[in-house]
Design a protein around this ligand. Structure first.
Ligand SMILES: C[S@@+](CC[C@H](N)C(=O)[O-])C[C@H]1O[C@@H](n2cnc3c(N)ncnc32)[C@H](O)[C@@H]1O
Length: 283
């Protein structure tokens, strides 16, 4: 059972389907056992869920798991994939108005998803929370790339959350969405330029920095001879990069780069963060 991170590109030939927020892998197991000729990917942001799912799915050769955010995965890790079907059973509904922006199926998410689904591909969402499902529906339609409808859930597969909500007597609803056409949506990926500086004058750079629409929080700085290690978090709209930056002396210059072991996405915000760190260190 392979577990990858969202920025690691997955290449699969043949049919592939995706479950977003796969939880403990119950639905993936059910569907992957029935369709051995189809490849399945399950993604979840919780390590506990991925651990449980990997145990449950370990004997299935047609399933892979991704640990991390679905938005980042669709943007980077899935850029060579076209899913036939995408499932999401009980995505977190974030019921409070002030948390609405945390919901996954925003208009941008639908636009991005439209690039990763085959021509007549579809998305199936199950929820106990009708207002959230209607919000997903409105966003799908306003993206201009999806057609969809909502109905009462009929014979839904019983995942942990299906049992939980049914047990509490809640209604269950489902949304079916079919791709009309891929949206016009640009992936903010760039080729990183590694900044260089002649000397480090100041390593006390812990703090919060705003760079245009992006936010960089430098949490910790470790200084040793010939190297500085910096722990930072970049918020770029929905994308969160947790990055360790390495500052190393190579020849006569110091170079600032994201370390190989951190999870980063090559975007404009990351470039701005590298430039800002180089600037701050050399001030
Ligand atoms: C309510 S649970 C549903 C789990 C499972 N589908 C079920 O029905 O039992 C929602 C799941 O979505 C995952 N999740 C939330 N936000 C996510 C994101 N941005 N990317 C991937 N998974 C996410 C959570 O970790 C959680 O496992």
């Amino acid at each position: 059972m392979e577990i990858t991170f969202p920025f690691e590109e997955i290449k699969i030939s043949g049919s592939v389907e995706l479950e977003i927020g796969c939880g403990n892998g119950e639905f993936l197991k059910f569907i992957a056992e029935q369709n051995r000729g189809i490849n399945y990917i399950g993604i979840d942001i919780s390590w506990e869920s991925i651990k449980r799912a990997s145990r449950r799915l370990r004997d299935l050769g047609n399933v892979g798991l991704v640990w991390g955010d679905a938005y980042a995965f669709l943007m980077f890790g899935a850029k060579h994939l076209k899913f036939q079907r995408v499932y999401s059973l009980f995505p977190d509904p974030w019921p409070k108005k002030r948390h609405e922006h945390k919901r996954l199926f925003s208009e941008d998410f639908w636009k991005l998803l439209s690039l990763r689904v085959i021509e007549d591909g579809w998305v199936w969402i199950v929820s106990d929370h009708l207002p959230a499902l209607l919000w997903y529906y409105d966003n799908a339609l306003s993206s201009g790339c999806w057609y969809g409808y909502i109905s009462e859930g009929r014979g839904i597969f019983e995942t942990k959350y299906a049992r939980k909500w049914k047990g509490m007597g809640k209604g269950i609803y489902e949304g079916m969405f079919q791709l009309i056409k891929p949206c016009d949506f640009t992936i903010p990926e760039i080729t990183l330029r590694i900044p260089k500086m002649r000397e480090i004058k100041n390593a006390s750079i812990v703090g919060d920095y705003r760079i245009g629409d992006f936010h960089l929080s430098i949490k910790e700085v470790f200084v040793s001879e010939g190297a500085v290690l910096i722990k930072g978090i970049i918020s770029e709209g929905r994308l969160i990069h947790k990055v360790w930056f390495e500052v190393k002396k190579i020849g006569e210059f110091w170079k600032v780069e994201p370390s190989d072991f951190s999870r980063f996405y090559p975007t404009k915000a990351l470039q701005l963060a590298l430039d800002l760190i180089a600037n701050e260190l050399s001030r």
